[in-house]
Design a protein around this ligand. Structure first.
Ligand code: SPD
Length: 357
């Protein structure tokens, strides 16, 4: 009998949740000031108090879901099962989503706060004229390391990570472009390389890093580093800023061989049912004071020029997270390499991950 009792309880709870979910989705249509929106964002990538303020000021309820990679987000949006109103892809995924006709063009008249964005971050090649996307945060991929444990200046670039002294010391963020990119950059190749020989060589180079790799992890990487579970982490810049806030033994370097410069953006997928509410949300997030509050919480770099005035100089003048033009020039932005090439990257990355076991 017990398994059946469990089954009935499960079915009853699932039905209740579905009913509650359907109710929420029903309320998702309508004008700003009514209904709800479903926002699909990276984990740990918004100040919950900002969400609360948006709900309070607009009376639009936010149903919030998270993802941990562009690839996971894209798969879910393609599948179309959830009526997401706002999503947060990085630039190369914006290009892919445009190519696959997955996005609704933005109505700039409903985004007056777009004027707050630094023109440096507008009209970029992945979305000319910002027809489909507006900047949220930007950053780099680099190396956070414990300078007290390894010595100040011990790490300068990707190739330092292969030092046999760093056995079992390196945490990697779980991202196909990030990890394959590290292999490619360490060999002097482009992050957008499509030459199979170069990709195979990058994968072989990554395999050789295996003895030094402690783990490949998600957002928890910043807690593991701050708690000194490992002295080295390949991370997105904002996570490094948070680690350094928590533990000043850490430093962050932009690798000398070059690395990725990325831009995360707000888009409205074609799955949206509350397009007005989605615009209201994006415009709210572009408000200078809201963006400053969110930046202080999230710790990534803001493209909102007007927000900078609300932020302390310790944040805005930190060259590790707001690098100068000369440093930026040697960085590379991921391009959409097409579905087939991305599958090749993913297969090689998966093989590298399996090889570790
Ligand atoms: N914890 C949220 C991190 C989001 C970082 N996005 C980076 C995208 C790089 N392509």
């Amino acid at each position: 009998m017990r398994p059946l009792v469990y089954l009935y309880t499960f079915v009853a709870v699932a039905a209740l949740l579905l009913w509650a979910g359907a109710g929420a989705l029903e309320r998702a249509d309508g004008l700003p000031g009514t209904g709800a929106i479903i926002v699909y964002n990276w984990g740990d990538y918004i100040d919950p108090d900002v969400l609360r303020r948006f709900e309070e000021e607009t009376r639009i309820r936010v149903i919030y879901q998270t993802f941990d990679s562009n690839e996971a987000m894209l798969a879910k949006i393609r599948q179309g099962g959830t009526p997401f109103d706002v999503a947060v892809p990085s630039e190369y995924t914006v290009s892919r989503m445009i190519a696959e006709d997955l996005l609704i063009p933005l109505d700039h008249a409903k985004l007056p706060n777009l004027k707050n964005i630094d023109p440096l971050f507008l009209n970029l090649p992945f979305d000319p004229g910002n027809r489909y996307s507006v900047p949220y945060f930007w950053g780099t991929v680099g190396i956070a390391y414990n300078k007290d444990a390894l010595g100040d200046g011990a790490i300068r670039g990707w190739n330092d990570l292969w030092d046999p002294d760093y056995r079992d010391s390196v945490l990697l963020i779980d991202g196909v472009r990030e990890v394959m990119g590290m292999g490619l950059n360490s060999l002097g190749h482009s992050l957008n390389d499509t030459d199979l020989e170069h990709l195979t060589a990058a994968k072989a180079k990554l395999d050789a890093l295996t003895p030094n790799v402690r783990a490949i992890v998600g957002d928890e990487i910043k807690f593991l580093l701050a708690n000194e579970e490992a002295p080295i982490g390949v991370v997105w810049s904002g996570d490094a800023a948070e680690v350094i806030d928590e533990n000043d033994a850490f430093d962050y370097v932009i690798p000398e061989e070059g690395t990725n410069l990325w831009f995360d953006t707000f888009v409205i997928p074609k799955t949206a049912t509350n397009v007005d509410g989605a615009h209201a949300f994006i415009n709210f997030m572009l408000d200078a004071e809201v963006a400053a509050q969110n930046t202080e919480y999230v710790r990534y770099s803001t493209p909102n020029r007007e927000a900078l005035a609300y932020l302390p100089p310790e944040i805005t003048e930190d060259q590790r997270f707001y690098p100068d033009a000369e440093t930026l020039r040697r960085l590379e932005v991921y391009r959409d390499l097409g579905r087939t090439m991305l599958s090749t990257y993913s297969e090689l990355y998966l093989e590298f991950k399996m090889h570790r076991k």
